[in-house]
Design a protein around this ligand. Structure first.
Ligand code: SF4
Length: 489
């Protein structure tokens, strides 16, 4: 049975909580007369009043009513991670349903939690958000929320999410907007399912709900991204879904790329309709220039603008003296086949500028299937296989390269309450492990050369190579701490 309240796991020394006598192992059941639901709710409740009245439960079950003069500040507590909520949908393209067998249990958890949407930018279909939860989002100002709309036509949406009760997504979105909550939205597009007229209706419905600068208290749809459906090679016993092939991607871009500026904000030109990088990589086309993407790189974590941002950074980096730090280096970078051509172009420029020998190798995803071309879903064994093959192709010498670089997005350092990281009650993922549980240290031993994460850009990569030479592992972790992105380069 789920226990009430939130569990304290640490109390900061000298904090208000310590002064009040709170200890690790205590549970906070109530604050100012309200039950405490979870960590976010705790933070909200303690911020509401200058004096916080709370009821703590000791490990022996006794109750301890306390009063703390905190002036709305935190009390200095570390709380146990919350149990994640499990989604009630059955989406035709759900990635969890398409996972190969044999991975650790937490990877098969279908999490869908508005708290993670607010904290980490995870998308939610709002399936587990009933009236009470929608009220809570508004009351606790969880804004913005990231919503997977997929289709606003109720019949189409039911087909996409596989849940007859979840057709009317606009009712939930409107409820949030009326409460002053902003939303970022996405459509995962599956040919013949939610494209064509259904997509045009979705676009029109969401566009009509954009943020109105004259009504700042009302929420608005801040952006709409469109991402091509991702199918793995493991779809036995699942509904037939057509893939987005090169011809489809090219036709889609021919129709919709030119529409992006039409939907830009009339006041500041900020793009609102966002097309994921994968449309371009699948079509075999270069990604557009900087102005195609939002100034703040909205929906970057959803694969919108990652390649352009990398290219922009590379351009600036090559002019910096730091770029000369690559001089003489002979390094192999492993990546997904969708990013390899772009990366190789960048590396060719770097090699010319710095006299280095860096090259990218597209790694085939054997675990998920060849159709999965993004770097973030490469497993340790596929990376190992590709590196061994490269060594053989280069004469088999053990020191054929000075270092091998793996995409940072294939590793995680985060241990928060999300599907890929931790299940309630355990299975925390060690810091440097791939999806298939191979560790970075094991891969390094297997290859016999230093193996380092890519970082977000060339500057971070150079930091990592230098750290490896000094036998340090102080990696930049920004990509590793993002949600499990299918689209990270
Ligand atoms: S909402 Fe997400 S986790 Fe749930 S079925 Fe759909 S794709 Fe899968």
């Amino acid at each position: 049975m789920k226990q009430r309240g939130v569990l304290i796991i640490a109390v900061e020394s000298g904090s208000l909580a310590e002064e009040a006598g709170l200890q690790p192992g205590d549970r906070i059941l109530e604050i100012n007369g309200e039950p405490v639901l979870d960590q976010l709710n705790y933070q909200f409740l303690v911020s509401q009043k200058d004096t916080t009245r709370l009821v703590a439960q000791k490990p022996d079950g006794s109750l301890d009513p306390l009063e703390v003069e905190n002036g709305g500040d935190g009390l200095g507590l570390d709380l146990a991670e919350d149990e994640v909520k499990v989604c009630k949908q059955n989406c035709v393209f759900c990635f969890v349903h398409q996972m190969p067998k044999g991975f650790r249990k937490s990877l098969y958890l279908k999490d869908e939690d508005v708290r993670l949407s607010f904290l980490y930018g995870h998308f939610t279909t709002l399936s587990s958000s009933d009236e009470a939860e929608l009220d809570r989002i508004v009351r606790e100002r969880m804004s913005p929320i990231h919503v997977s709309v997929h289709a606003t036509d109720p019949e189409v949406r039911v087909k996409v999410v596989g849940n007859p009760r979840e057709g009317n997504i606009l009712a939930k979105v409107d409820r949030l907007l009326a409460g002053g909550i902003d939303v970022h939205t996405q459509v995962v597009m599956a040919p013949g399912l939610n494209d064509g007229a259904a997509w045009e209706r979705t676009l029109a419905d969401l566009s009509a709900r954009r943020k109105d600068h004259d009504q700042p208290r009302k929420g608005g749809v801040l952006s709409l991204s469109c991402v091509p459906v991702g199918l793995t090679g493991h779809r036995e016993h699942l509904p037939a879904v057509a893939d987005v092939d090169a011809a489809y991607a090219r036709a889609f871009l021919a129709r919709w790329k030119a529409e992006v500026p039409r939907y830009a904000d009339p006041l500041d030109g900020e793009p609102w309709l966002l097309l994921a990088d994968e449309w371009f990589t699948r079509a075999g086309l270069s990604v557009p220039g900087r102005t195609f993407y939002s100034r703040t790189w909205a929906q970057l974590e959803n694969g919108v603008g990652l390649i352009r941002r990398y290219l922009e950074h590379t351009r600036g980096f090559l002019k910096r003296p730091k770029a000369q730090g690559f001089k003489g280096r002979n390094v192999l970078l492993l990546t997904g086949s969708s990013f390899a051509p772009t990366l190789n172009e960048s590396l060719a420029r770097l090699n010319r500028a710095a006299g280095s020998r860096l090259r990218a190798l597209a790694v085939r995803n054997n675990a998920f299937g060849e159709s999965v071309t993004v770097a973030g879903l490469l497993c340790g064994r596929d990376l190992a296989y590709a590196a061994h093959a490269d060594r053989e192709a280069h004469g088999g010498r053990p020191d054929w390269v000075q270092a091998v670089v793996i995409p940072s997005a294939t590793l995680r350092t985060h241990t928060g309450p999300t599907d890929q990281y931790t299940l309630a009650g355990g299975e925390a993922r060690p810091e440097t492990m791939f999806l298939d549980d191979l560790t970075l240290a094991e891969l390094e031993r297997d290859l016999g050369v230093p193996v380092v994460p890519s970082g977000e850009n060339l500057s971070q990569l150079l930091d990592h190579l230098r750290a490896a030479e000094a036998r340090r592992t102080d990696w930049h972790t920004s990509l590793m701490t993002q949600p499990q992105g299918a689209y990270l380069p």
